[in-house]
Design a protein around this ligand. Structure first.
Ligand code: NAD
Ligand code: ZN
Length: 405
């Protein structure tokens, strides 16, 4: 006899705000956001700040204290803002989420309390992870402070840290309570950090929006020089496209193996680990995109002239499309980076799914990758890096494939 099945669905919604000077008392975005549920309560908040953001904005803790004291009936700052190290290192050691858990315990946050986290994608990922496992989920309000996190990761519904040398090995799927993008934070980014996140905007343009791609091409010089007007509009469009995907693709918690927004990411994640995070996520994504674009040409999916435009945009923004780690060899002699395919499949679960391109705005999925062609695409990026820009070679015949099980 067939057994009855049981199930339920839970709707999620979270606002994503764009603002300036969020901790100015005249700005009520945070006040309104936190009171969107249970408006009559006094809300308890633990604030955590990325160390480099705190250094670049020394008045921030004081501004936050001032903001909370302006709304004493609605807001309670449970402790002085906590400063954590910025950058990927904070995702590489379990001691960091453990320390957040310790503070959550000490100040007695409950599941209706809040952690407000201000920082780059790495700090957001780590702190959101700790909050997600405290009491099985304390609410998180994210304040992304980098181009990458405002354009992509800040409103992602997942979090995590790295373990066993693998990117995001531990983590959970939990949407934030709210996201507040304050463009003022971007002003203190180094040129390197302003540029790094642009690769995620290029990625989503390639997958979803040829018009946005043309906008990026037209404004390449302004992007490269870190022009704030162009960067903030690029962030908005990238955010819209990422959010439309997360909220509209029917698989927000990535139960299936397909992961279109991870275009370029199988190689990127591996390169980040191989370089011990010398390459930032966004920089590694730029190389991963270049590799999969070059591979798409070699497989005959993408016209060389289109690929040339894409590589030109990436380089024009300021990315280097090559890293010495790409020549590292695995024990059998194959490029070590190819192990990224195996790890990516393990991370996805089930079949390998890699997004490639047929044209700008036309991503599609393949379930196997030809290792020899990947190796040849790597060689081609190396040659391009060494000399004047070269034409990508036309398609080659298939050889051994990775992905068949
Ligand atoms: N959860 C997701 O779905 C998702 C999606 C994409 C990326 N990510 C993750 O995001 C991380 C990368 O994030 P990122 O690119 O923001 O880098 P990051 O967090 O490493 O920040 C880069 C550097 O800038 C500093 N910084 C941050 N804001 C600053 C500011 N306003 N002024 C001065 N310095 C500032 C940081 O301290 C750090 O040193 C990676 O770990 C990546 O895996 C997560
Ligand atoms: Zn990414």
């Amino acid at each position: 006899m067939q057994q009855p099945t049981h199930g339920f669905s839970v709707p999620f919604k979270f606002p994503v705000h764009f603002t300036q000077d969020v901790w100015d008392r005249a700005n009520t975005v945070f006040f309104d956001v936190i009171r969107q549920e249970e408006a009559d309560r006094r809300h308890r908040v633990l604030v955590v700040i990325d160390g480099q953001v705190a250094s670049a904005h020394p008045s921030l803790p004081q501004d936050i204290r001032g903001y909370f004291s302006a709304f004493p009936d609605a807001l309670e700052l449970v402790a002085s803002p906590l400063i954590v190290p910025g950058g990927e290192a904070v995702k590489n050691d379990f001691a960091h989420p453990l320390s957040i858990l310790k503070h959550i315990n000490e100040v007695g946050l409950d599941r209706q309390s809040f952690v407000a986290v201000i920082g780059g994608g790495a700090v957001l990922d780590m702190v959101s992870f700790a909050a997600a496992i405290a009491h099985r989920g304390v609410r998180v309000i994210r304040f992304p402070t980098t181009v990458l996190s405002q354009a992509d990761s800040g409103f992602a519904v997942k979090n995590g840290i790295n373990l066993f040398g693998k990117k995001n090995f531990v983590g959970t799927f939990v949407p934030p309570f709210a996201v507040i993008n304050d463009s003022r934070f971007l002003e203190s980014l180094s040129r390197r950090d302003r540029i790094a996140g642009v690769s995620e905007a290029i990625k989503v343009a390639l997958l979803r929006d040829p018009g946005f791609f043309r906008y990026l091409e037209t404004n390449v010089e302004n992007i490269a020089s870190g022009d704030m007007t162009v960067l903030t509009s690029l962030i908005r469009r990238s955010a819209e496209l990422h959010l439309a995907h997360i909220c509209g693709n029917g698989d927000p918690f990535e139960m299936g193996s397909a992961r279109p927004l991870d275009f370029g990411h199988w190689a990127a994640h591996k390169l980040e680990s191989m370089t011990h995070h010398r390459l930032q996520h966004g920089e590694a994504v730029a190389i991963g995109l270049a590799l999969d674009v070059t591979y798409s040409v070699k497989k005959g999916y993408l016209a060389p002239i289109v690929a040339a435009r894409i590589l030109r945009l990436l380089e024009g923004v300021g990315f280097r499309l090559w890293d010495s780690a790409m020549t590292d060899r695995a024990p059998g002699g194959s490029p070590a980076i190819i192990h990224g395919l195996r790890e990516f499949r393990e991370h996805l679960g089930g079949e390998l799914h890699i997004t490639l391109l047929r044209g700008i705005g036309h991503g599609f999925e393949v379930t196997e990758m030809d290792e020899a062609i990947v190796a040849s695409a790597i060689d081609e990026l190396e040659a391009r890096d060494a000399g004047p820009a070269e034409q990508i070679e036309p398609p080659v015949a298939s050889t051994a494939v990775f992905g068949r099980r």
